[in-house]
Every structure is written in C-alpha cells, then in structure tokens.
Design a protein around this ligand. Structure first.
Ligand code: ZN
Length: 286
C-alpha cells in the first residue's frame, strides 16, 4: 500500500468523480495510438539489425531467434517497501522530497495479509518474476532493490534510479491493505496533473496498458478506489519525481481473503507477474 492515503481521500473521491465520463479511459485520447495494444501480437522481425554495441557478446551471437520487438529497451522495476524497514523507523521516517513542493517519509513498512504475509515479500517476488520474463525477451531490467532484507531505498531515490537508467518504462509494484468491507481488485496509479512530458501521455498509456492486460488476464479492477482500474494521483512521490514513463500497480487488496490467497501462493504471484510483464512488453512494442 501507499501511505498518506487517508489524508487525501476527499481529493481522491473528487478525482474519481471527475474521471468518470472523461477521456481518461479512451484509447483515442492518447496521441499516437489509434488502437489498443494487444499483449499477444508478436511480430517476428528478421530484418532487425543486430545490436552494434555488443559485437563480442557470445550470448547475443549464439541466439539465432529473431529479436523480440522490445529487445534493448530498459525497464525499471520497483518492488514496494523492504523487509528491513520495520526495524529501522528513524531511517524510514525521515522526510525526503516527494515532488510538488511536498515531503514524505523515506519509505514505509507496507501492509500484509491477515495471516501475516507481508507486502514487501509479495512485491519483491513478483518483481523478480516480471524481471525474468522481460529479460528473456532481451529487455534490460534494473531493480530499485536487490533483496528483501534491506532498508529503503527512499522514495526519491527509487525515482532517481528510474531517471538515471533512462528507463523506457518504470513500474512500481505494490499491494493494498484496505479494511473497507468487500474492498477488492487491482488499480494502476499514474501522476496527475503531469509535471513533465513523460508523466503525460506515455505514463497514461503505460497505466492503461497495464490495466487492460491485467483485466484480460483475469484480474478484476478495484471496487473501492480509482475509476475503472485507474487512479490519477498527485501524492505519490515516486511518480511525481519521475522523468520517465512511470506507473504504480496495486495488485489487489491483501486484506481480501480471495486476493490474499492468490498473493500468498507462488502460482498466484506468477499470474500477476506474467500479466505485468506482458503489459510492459505491449507498451514497449505496441
Ligand atoms: Zn505498498
């Protein structure tokens, strides 16, 4: 989950109402995309030139398969929170820049299922699975954290990792912890109002592609937040500070028994990861 939600609930409700019926959900509103990208269309392209930057790479040379459409792109995966956060409150609670002139705590502990399976473990495992799938397609994957036992990094540092990598797409992976009765489903957040060009159409298209692909993969959109699986947010530091196309996926509600069961199982986490990886690929090579 993402902290400081309670304080902006009235704003969110207003935003959700504004989104209803506007162009947010319409693919035609995104410049340059006349059609909704499909995750399943793979066009073998034998005419693609081999990478000029790796003539001595035996790994690259040994592959005779056509280059995947998104090969060579850079994706930053940001698994929310970290396993050591709870034990380091001073480090985690210090204020850092959050964009829009605001500050926020460096990081938070995240949520957990009612049985105690923590969000940080879920996000780390799903990110690893997404990264493996993307790497198999020749995509370069950068993670904002390398294990699930450390502290942080702070939210501003996570954004900087994506910016410094010149990422073609940045996807933060979270799970929510809503106590509202019956709250269930996923949603995808993006920065709004956009603070730079990357936060505009590119981030919106990335969010829409994730939403569409998760939905066609069998996941249901949230019934308690956002609108139609999308959530325009002005309060998320990682998105505010990004100069690359960036979104944040809340995979589901860990307090919901059905979703908790899915998240707790390796098969379930692979289902999330497969969908997220397919969405990123579809975004990178529509
Ligand atoms: Zn979270």
């Amino acid at each position: 989950m993402v902290a400081v939600r309670r304080a902006i609930v009235p704003l969110l409700l207003a935003g959700a109402l504004l989104l209803t019926g506007c162009s947010d959900d319409a693919p035609a509103a995104v410049p340059g995309t006349g059609v909704t990208p499909t995750a399943t269309s793979v066009t073998p392209s034998a005419s693609l030139p081999s990478s000029p930057s790796s003539p001595s790479s035996s790994a690259a040379a040994s592959s005779s398969a056509p280059a995947a459409p998104a090969a060579g792109k850079v994706v930053v995966l940001d698994p929310g929170h970290n396993g050591g956060n709870a034990a380091h409150p001073a480090e985690i609670n210090r204020q850092v820049p959050a964009g829009r002139g605001q500050t926020k705590p460096c990081n938070t502990t995240g949520t957990a299922t009612n049985a105690g399976y923590p969000e940080h473990a879920f996000t780390f495992d799903v990110a690893q699975r997404v990264g493996k799938a993307l790497a198999d397609k020749g995509i370069r994957v950068v993670y904002t954290r390398q294990n699930d036992t450390g502290v942080g990094p702070c939210v501003d540092r996570r954004a900087a990792i994506g910016n410094d990598a010149a990422a073609d797409a940045v996807v933060s992976i979270h799970a929510d912890g809503s106590e509202a009765a019956g709250a269930t489903g996923f949603h995808v957040a993006y920065s709004s109002p956009a603070l730079n060009a990357a936060q505009g159409a590119p981030s919106t298209r990335l969010a829409q592609t994730l939403r569409d692909t998760l939905r066609t993969s069998g996941f249901t959109t949230a019934n308690y937040i956002g609108s139609n699986g999308l959530s325009a947010r002005a309060d998320l530091a990682g998105l505010n500070l990004s100069t690359r196309p960036a979104t944040l996926v809340e995979c589901g509600n860990m307090r919901n028994a059905t979703e908790a069961a899915r998240m707790t199982s390796a098969d379930g986490r692979q289902q999330y990861a497969t969908a997220i990886a397919a969405a990123i690929e579809a975004y990178l090579a529509p």
